[in-house]
Design a binder for this molecule. Sequence first.
Ligand code: NI
Length: 135
Amino acid sequence: MSLTVYRKAHFNAAHRLYKEGWSDEKNSQVFGKCSNPNYHGHNYVLEVGVTGDIDPETGFLIDLKILKDIIYQEVETPFDHKNLNLEVPAFKKLNPTVENIAIEIYNRIKNRLEDRFTISVKLYETPRNFVVYTG
Ligand code: NI
């Protein structure tokens, strides 16, 4: 019997979306307010789903304390109150769009879990804008 458990988390982070080599004007046309050269912040909301089979011994799919700790170590510690462009190595060259942040979070969490689990990452950049990545 397969089902999915979810854990929510949130983090605040600053970013700037831009393409190197483009003028500030062109970046502003393409990325809008998110290309402000002085950065700006978002309150990101994260939902991580883990799908798998229930362990008949415990009744758990995964111990949510373990998932909580992984999200804390892999997402909250490295991202919360950080400048994503300057302080997260993955975004030194890669634009920290909500799409790319979701993929980075997916990869970090997937690497920490047993292969028998599949995961989904839902990441809200604003209450109305969000992406879902399932690998
Ligand atoms: Ni933005």
